[in-house]
Design a binder for this molecule. Structure first.
Ligand code: GAL
Length: 367
């Protein structure tokens, strides 16, 4: 489906709009929906539904994205409903139908796969509901806007991070890529390869995608790749912290944890602890506050019937359509700048600097 939009390409602005508050709070105390207003006689100008993908592929969705989205919508005085599909595409479809039935005027999804995401968006649009791709682009979809980080840059940061940790020695590299149903995973791998493939001293001795980002399956896959390489693996390009942690667990069994650099993404508590401990070479920090704020900006504009400010367009590789996009800049995190994540509010020192990590935090200047 071609996407035809007029949109304004300007530097990304912060949350600059506050909708007139919605009358009353439909949340009935649940933490899945609410509004930024306590009460008010003003007329509702729109309700935003957000469907998060799961709780397994990354802790980010419930620990970072949900609270950031709630804060952004409350700050903007927007009525919202945030649900999690628990990794089930059929459940995501059912949630979307219910949200539309309950009057959402803007629907944002993190698709579990492009086919189910596109079907949700087509049905929403047929009922006059504007749609947004949050974090993951729905290939062949019809979202009016795509809000994410520059995911090719995420991969480039991972590739460069691994190279920095390996140095200029000859090295065998294994790639543990994200889910084949996640377009981001394709972009992460492309970015990493664009950096590493040009370095002739590195050799790829194994590469596999991990279905649904499943961490247990990642451990099995990495064990198989490690065995097939006869244990001659010098570096692991893992697409996020969960996959990185799976590889580290296998390396620990082989007495190689901390000797074989491993990458990650999401700057999770576990990922930052592994970086401080030296078993993980780096992670990539993507501020949920910034991403949620950008989604709220777009949702508010759509709820108001306005154009949203974008940073550019993203080509949908399935049909070459151009999707108006807001792409934010990710940040590479190593042992030297873990404090940046804490200072930015991406994680709490109290959560990261526990037990044996307390001394490592002190050494890293984190308190
Ligand atoms: C990607 C997301 C990443 C990663 C992964 C696992 O789409 O951009 O942050 O964690 O999903 O859910």
């Amino acid at each position: 489906m071609k996407r035809k939009h007029s949109f304004v390409l300007v530097p990304l602005l912060g949350l600059s709009m506050a909708l007139t508050a919605c009358g009353g709070d439909d949340s009935s105390g649940s933490d899945d929906s609410g509004t930024g207003s306590d009460s008010g006689s003003s007329e509702a100008v729109g309700k935003v539904g957000v469907i998060l993908p799961d709780t397994e592929s990354s802790v980010r969705w419930e620990s970072a994205d949900r609270p950031a989205l709630e804060a952004a919508f409350k700050e903007a005085g927007v009525e919202y409903d945030i649900q999690n599909a628990e990794g089930d595409a059929e459940r995501m479809t059912q949630i979307a139908d219910t949200m539309i039935g309950n009057g959402v005027t803007v629907l944002a999804i993190v698709n579990l796969d492009s086919e189910s995401g596109a079907a949700i968006q087509e049905k929403a649009q047929s009922q006059g509901v504007a749609t947004i791709d949050y974090d993951r682009l729905t290939l062949g979809g019809s979202a009016e806007y795509y809000v994410s980080f520059d995911n090719t840059v995420v991969g480039e940061l991972q590739g460069q991070g691994l190279a920095d940790c390996l140095g200029d020695k000859d090295a065998n590299i294994v790639y543990l890529n994200g889910s084949p149903t996640d377009n981001n995973a394709t972009l992460f791998a492309e970015g990493a390869h664009s950096v590493l493939d040009g370095m002739s001293n590195y050799k790829v001795v194994g590469e596999q995608a991990v279905p649904d980002w499943d961490n247990e399956e990642a451990a099995t896959i990495f064990q198989q790749l490690y065995t097939a390489a006869d244990g001659k693996v010098d570096g692991v390009l893992a697409a996020n912290d969960g996959l990185g942690g799976a590889a580290i667990s296998i390396l620990e069994g082989a007495g190689q944890a901390g000797k074989v650099p491993v990458t990650g993404q999401d700057a999770t508590v576990e990922g930052l602890q592994n970086v401080l401990a030296g078993t993980q070479c780096m992670t990539v920090y993507k501020s949920a506050t910034k991403e949620a704020g950008a989604l709220a900006d777009v949702a508010i504009a759509l709820a108001n019937g306005d154009e949203a400010d974008v940073t550019g367009t993203t080509v949908d590789s399935s049909d070459d359509s151009e999707v108006p996009s807001i792409l934010l800049e990710p940040q590479a995190i190593t042992k030297d700048n873990v404090g940046d994540v804490i200072d930015d509010g991406g994680q709490k020192a109290a959560d990261v600097c526990t037990g044996k990590f307390a001394d490592l935090c002190t050494e890293a200047g984190i308190s």
